[in-house]
Design a protein around this ligand. Structure first.
Ligand SMILES: *[C@@H]1O[C@H](CO)[C@@H](O)[C@H](O)[C@H]1NC(C)=O
Ligand SMILES: *[C@@H]1O[C@H](CO)[C@@H](O)[C@H](O)[C@H]1NC(C)=O
Ligand SMILES: *[C@@H]1O[C@H](CO)[C@@H](O)[C@H](O)[C@H]1NC(C)=O
Length: 244
């Protein structure tokens, strides 16, 4: 009797597991996996976007016009650059991490740009990450969509509010909390200076349903989500050429 019920439980667990997988699979209807493709999404979808690391000037064409890293005119793939690709679930608050144990942003120009799309290309302004003195490790990125199409990506700053409790942080340019790079493990110090990027969605999906995660981030910010999310950790891809 005990053996039978045990078997039953196992079989049920299997069914539950496979139907869960089925649900998870069918809920993501977005077939655009490359960050350099165009798409419109609905709430249950996942969404691919990239973050490119390079010098500030390499994001500008002809010295003045900022283009998407997907735009071949920038020729970022031949510049000293790296790209990370993420595929978070739309309208969920995610914490993305870029592990810096074998990747040091100051060796790749020290700035990053978040981007997605090709014909409908959107990109953030370049954000300072690191130079030979300081590194910023904590960011909030908002993806703004209209009818499910990405319109804008922007870095949300908190004016150094989060520096105040931490004695080894300094406020740079009244907007970023930075730590001395010599304190970081990848520069011989003791702190893991991996980047944490808190992500939120604002605007509407393709059925005009309103995204809520941005409001949640805004309200939760003071409690810092960093301790709560450890699930979304995507790898840093080393070659532009694999994607572009
Ligand atoms: C690049 O900039 C130069 C000087 O500012 C200008 O003469 C030239 O037309 C620009 N080229 C393009 C392709 O925009
Ligand atoms: C980064 O990777 C190293 C080595 O694998 C690991 O010890 C460390 O915990 C990682 N840091 C984060 C923030 O994931
Ligand atoms: C690093 O960046 C900070 C903040 O912008 C600046 O004050 C400092 O001079 C920079 N250091 C170097 C070596 O470029």
């Amino acid at each position: 009797m005990a053996a039978v019920s045990h078997l039953l439980t196992a079989a049920m667990a299997l069914m539950v597991a496979s139907s869960w997988l089925l649900v998870a699979h069918s809920a993501d209807t977005n077939r655009a996996y490359s960050p350099c493709s165009d798409t419109t999404v609905q709430r249950s979808d996942c969404f691919s976007f990239g973050i490119a690391f390079a010098s500030r000037t390499s994001f500008f064409y002809n010295g003045s016009q900022q283009l998407s890293p997907c735009d071949r005119r920038l020729s970022l793939s031949s510049a000293n650059s790296q790209v990370a690709v993420f595929r978070p679930k739309v309208d969920e608050i995610s914490l993305l991490t870029v592990n810096t144990s074998s990747f040091s942003p100051d060796n790749y120009g020290g700035y990053m740009v978040a981007f997605a799309g090709r014909k409908y290309a959107a990109r953030s302004v370049p954000a300072f990450v690191a130079n030979s003195t300081y590194t910023v490790t904590s960011f909030t990125l908002v993806l703004e969509l209209k009818k499910g199409r990405l319109q804008n990506l922007y870095w949300k700053r908190d004016g150094c509010a989060s520096c105040s409790e931490k004695s080894n942080f300094v406020c740079l340019n009244k907007q970023d909390c930075a730590i001395k790079i010599s304190d970081c493990k990848n520069h011989g110090g003791s702190v893991d200076c991996s980047l944490g990027i808190q992500l939120a969605f604002s605007g509407t999906d393709k059925h005009l349903s309103v995204f809520n995660s941005w409001y949640e981030v805004e309200n939760l910010r003071q409690y810092s989500l960093y301790g709560l999310y450890s699930n979304l950790r995507d790898s840093l891809t080393s070659q532009y050429n694999k994607i572009f």
